[in-house]
Structure formats: structure tokens, C-alpha cells
Design a protein around this ligand. Structure first.
Ligand code: NAD
Length: 503
């Protein structure tokens, strides 16, 4: 089956490699995919460029774009069952989680549809422009927003279609064209989305898809001069490479990178809630969540009983495949990732961390064919250890303690990352003080992981550049232009041509 969508046509990759997509839950073959070569990606860029420079999409009204996004949302709900199933087969995650993900994807499309519709009805909507009052009757000055152009969109495998939606929906709402390269490990729902965009009536060439790996299919998106913006979500090291590669053609760059997110629990926190959330924070989707609360910072006076209970419950979490109704969480994405997580835990133990539970892949029994790593707790950690500073992107919790509010804040901020964090306390003033001092793009108080499409998402420090979601998400995909119209043109007279020289 052809898997590349270029210029409104499905086609088979020319000279890229061939990849087996295997379900991480049991290793069964889901599909074989022909991967795009760099030439295929350059063809997709050419199609997107042509659609931007000559096609109707950039000049359609925002309300038309909003209506299209609304139709896509309806189609996503129509096909929800099939999309969720495909997502679970690619990622190994529980079907119920994939179902929630499709609902989240739908809400992202509806959110940007609503913003577009709102703008089209606002008296001074963005595209109509914001008039700048110069106090002069001979000049009409207006600031307008326009699409950036051709966007290269590169996404990871942990929430495959949701990550795609966070980019595609605002990118389209702003009137851009794009080339999407989803993770080579999880391409199927992105392929399905292209079909829905086509069915919703998106003009040919606006949406283009290349499937394949980063160095071949992905790399041209950050080097080709015909791409105006590259928006990337993934690991820190890949993000740095993309930023460097994009510098030569001075692309706009948006990066959503990793995190090593602190979860601070004060002694006065509601104990049951804090324990429950500490587990959700790090073990949801087996820790393969950028905002995972993988660093537990717990007040010294409650540490022993709190951590004992976290360890006890972590040891009872049931692992299983997407369609196992008993499963509470699933496998890691690949054998390679599993090996990395295993090595990470081994290094932590050598550094002095105390392994309280987990720590070894499930190598025997019913789940031995999948990539299962049990919930793992590393106790007695401190902020100079590699396991506290580096992301494992697996189900691994490190435990540190603090004595004072100031120490909790200092430890939590002692990281190159700044994506997300949480604070648990029943003292509202303390919660506000701590939240204000955490250098992170999202801070939850007495909660962990909720996100809403209408709020913003983005990282401080090395967790990223730019914002996704909210209204800011749309602004990432727009240029801003000032148009000055002289309504009473005449010579200015600087160089002797008559008239009155004015500075
Ligand atoms: P990754 O960096 O390995 O890959 C991400 C994407 O980049 C993939 O599509 C990959 O093929 C592509 N890629 C790799 N090299 C490339 C290159 N040279 N040029 C162009 N594309 C290239 O990340 P991953 O393993 O897929 O995802 C896990 C990482 O993503 C974690 O670090 C996680 O924290 C991060 N993440 C961040 C957020 C966020 O919102 N901040 C969300 C999800 C995941």
C-alpha cells in the first residue's frame, strides 16, 4: 500500500528502506512500510511550496479554515474505533488510552476551529488587521498576520496522533502548507489523518506526508531553503541537531523537547491523593510521557511511610497488552528503548541509588515477547546523579528529600529542563509561592498530567522554544506584517524635488 501522500496523491516511496512495524506488546508484525528517501521528502516540499505560492489555501478566509478543521474533528469521531486500534497496535498502549487520545486529538482540531471562527467574527480580527493610530490623517497604518509558508512538522512516537494534531491543526488554521514526518515507529494514524484531511476537502498539496526515519526522510525539512518553519517534538539531542541544521536557512524553529519533571510533596499534602498522583505522574503509559513526574521530591518528615507506600503500590501495577482488560499500563515502544531504560537503572544503582522495586525487564512468562519493563523506584537519590538529571522516558521514579520550602524549590529547579512539575500541599499560599518560583512551562497544584487544548504548552530552559496550544499555538505559525499606506502621497522634498521635508 502506498504510504506517502504528496501533492494530493498517494504514492510508494522511491528508494528509501523498508521497515517492519511490530506491536511492542507481543512483537507481532503489524505492517511493512516503504520509507521515504530524502528525494521523496524534497518532492513533498516542492508540492507544499507550490500549494503555498500558487494554491488557494493561504488566502482562504479564517472562517473557511475553521469550518474545515471542524469537519476533520467530525471525521475523527466517526473513525474513532479504527484510529484508536491502529494507535494501540503501533504503540502497544492500552486501547482505552488510545480512545482517550482520539478524543483529545478531536478537541485540538475543535479548539483551533473555534479560534479561527472567533477571529473571523471579531471586529478587528487578526487577518483584517490591527489599526495603529498614528494621530495623522494622511497615513493608514495596519498590522496584519499572515501564514509563515511551508512548515516541516516532525513528531515523536509516544502520543503519535496527538503530537501530530498539536502541529497540524494550528498550522492549517493559520493558512500554511506542510510536510509532516511522524515517527518511523508509529506511522499509521498519521497516514489515516491524511485521508481524513483529503475527505474534508483540503486542497491538494496543502498536507503532505512522508514516513521514514530522521536522517533520511526527516533531515531535508530542516535544511531545504523552501521550508520556512520547522516545528519539532522529540528528544533534546535531536532538537539541537535540527536547530543547528535550520540555522543555515534561518528558518523559524519551534521545539518541544524532553523533561525531567519534579513532583514536590509537602508533609501537609492530602496523603492518599499525593500517593495516587505520584504513581500516575510517572507510570502512566509506562513513563513514556514528556511531562512524566519522574522526580519525586518528598518532605523529609513523611518520606519513609510515603515512599514505602509508593513502592508497595508500584509493585502491584499490572502490565499487559492493548486488549487486556486487566492491564493498567503497557510495554515500552521498542527493544532498543527497553535496553536504554535497563542500562539507565543499572547505572543509577552503580551511582548509589537504592533499587526498591522493578529494575529488570519481564523476560519470562506471557509478556516475554513484548518490551515490558516494570514500574521501578530508585530511592536515596540526589540531584547530582545522572538518574535525577537525565530523562529515562520509561517507568522509573527517583526519590529525593527536602527539609524546607526553599530547598524544595532549589532542588526542583536544579535541572537543564523546564517542561512541567507539580506541588502537593493543603496550604494554598505555599502552593502559590512554590508554583511562582518553579521555572517550568506547566505547574500543576494538587494534580498531575491534566492538559487542555485551550491552555498553552511549552518548555522553559532546554525543554523547548515556542508554545503549542492555546492562542499562542496559532501565533507560532504566523508572520506579522506592518502595512503603511500614505493616503496623501506627494514629494517629501529632502533632495530638492520641492515639497516640505519632514523627518
Ligand atoms: P526523537 O528525537 O528520537 O525523534 C523524534 C522525531 O524526530 C522522529 O520522527 C524522528 O524520526 C525524527 N528525527 C530524528 N532525527 C532527525 C533528524 N536529524 N532530522 C529530522 N528529524 C529527525 O524522539 P522520540 O524518541 O521519538 O520521542 C521521545 C522524546 O520526545 C522524549 O525526549 C520526550 O520527552 C520528547 N517529547 C516531548 C514532548 C513535549 O511536548 N515537550 C512531547 C512528547 C515527547
Amino acid at each position: 500500500m502506498p504510504e506517502l501522500f504528496i501533492g494530493g496523491t498517494w504514492r510508494t516511496a522511491q528508494a528509501g528502506g523498508r521497515r517492519e512495524i511490530r506491536c511492542p506488546a507481543d512483537g507481532h508484525l503489524v505492517a511493512e512500510i516503504d520509507e521515504a528517501s530524502a528525494d521523496d521528502t524534497r518532492d513533498a516540499i516542492a508540492a507544499a511550496r507550490h500549494a503555498f505560492d500558487h494554491g488557494p489555501w493561504p488566502s482562504t478566509s479564517v472562517s473557511e479554515r475553521g469550518a474545515l478543521l471542524e469537519r476533520v474533528a467530525d471525521l475523527l469521531q466517526r473513525d474513532k474505533g479504527a484510529i484508536a486500534r491502529a494507535e494501540s497496535l503501533d504503540t502497544g498502549k492500552r486501547l482505552i488510552e488510545s480512545d482517550y487520545d482520539v478524543d483529545d486529538v478531536t478537541s485540538v482540531f475543535r479548539h483551533f476551529a473555534t479560534i479561527a471562527q472567533t477571529e473571523s467574527t471579531e471586529a478587528a480580527g487578526h487577518e483584517a488587521g490591527r489599526v495603529v493610530d498614528l494621530g495623522r490623517s494622511d497615513v493608514h497604518s495596519v498590522v496584519v498576520h499572515e501564514p509563515v509558508g511551508v512548515c516541516g512538522l516532525i513528531t515523536p512516537w509516544n502520543y503519535p496522533l496527538l503530537q501530530v494534531a498539536w502541529k497540524v491543526a494550528p498550522c492549517l488554521a493559520a493558512g500554511n502548507t506542510f510536510v509532516l514526518k511522524p515517527s518511523e515507529l508509529t506511522p499509521h494514524t498519521a497516514i489515516m489523518l491524511m485521508g481524513l484531511l483529503q475527505e474534508a476537502g483540503l486542497p491538494d498539496g496543502v498536507a503532505n506526508l512522508v514516513v521514514g526515519d530522521g536522517p533520511h526522510a526527516g533531515a531535508p525539512l530542516s535544511t531545504d531553503h523552501r521550508v520556512d518553519l520547522v516545528s519539532f517534538t522529540g528528544g533534546l539531542e535531536t532538537g539541537k541537531r535540527i536547530m543547528k541544521a535550520a540555522a543555515d536557512t534561518v528558518k523559524k524553529v519551534a521545539l518541544e523537547l524532553g523533561g525531567k519533571n519534579p513532583n514536590i510533596v509537602f508533609a501537609d499534602a492530602d496523603r492518599e491523593t499525593a500517593i495516587d498522583m505520584a504513581l500516575t505522574a510517572v507510570f502512566l503509559h509506562s513513563g513514556q510521557v514528556c511531562s512524566a513526574g519522574a522526580r519525586l521530591l518528598v518532605e523529609d518528615s513523611i518520606k519513609t511511610e510515603f515512599v514505602d507506600e509508593v513502592v508497595r503500590r508500584a509493585g502491584q501495577i499490572t502490565l499487559g497488552g492493548p486488549f487486556d482488560p486487566e492491564a493498567e499500563t503497557g510495554p515500552l515502544i521498542s527493544e532498543a528503548h527497553l535496553r536504554k531504560v535497563q542500562a539507565y537503572v543499572e547505572r543509577a544503582v552503580i551511582e548509589g541509588a537504592v533499587l526498591r522495586t522493578g529494575g529488570e525487564r519481564l523476560a519470562s512468562g506471557d509478556l516475554a515477547d513484548g518490551f515490558y519493563f516494570p514500574p521501578t523506584v530508585l530511592d536515596e537519590c540526589h540531584s547530582k546523579m545522572h538518574c535525577v538529571q537525565d530523562e529515562s522516558f520509561g517507568p522509573v521514579l527517583t526519590v529525593e528529600t527536602f527539609r524546607t520550602e526553599a530547598e524544595a524549590i532549589r532542588l526542583a529547579n536544579d535541572s537543564i529542563y523546564g517542561l512541567a512539575g507539580a506541588v502537593f500541599t493543603t496550604d494554598a499560599a505555599k502552593a502559590d509561592r512554590v508554583a511562582a518560583k518553579l521555572r517550568m512551562g506547566t505547574v500543576w497544584i494538587n494534580d498531575y498530567h491534566p492538559y487542555v487544548a485551550a491552555a498553552e504548552w511549552g518548555g522553559y530552559k532546554q525543554s523547548g522554544i515556542g508554545r503549542e496550544l492555546g492562542r499562542a499555538g496559532l501565533e507560532e505559525y504566523r508572520e506579522t506584517k506592518h502595512i503603511w499606506r500614505n493616503t496623501e502621497p506627494g514629494p517629501q522634498g529632502w533632495f530638492g524635488s520641492g515639497g516640505e521635508a519632514t523627518p
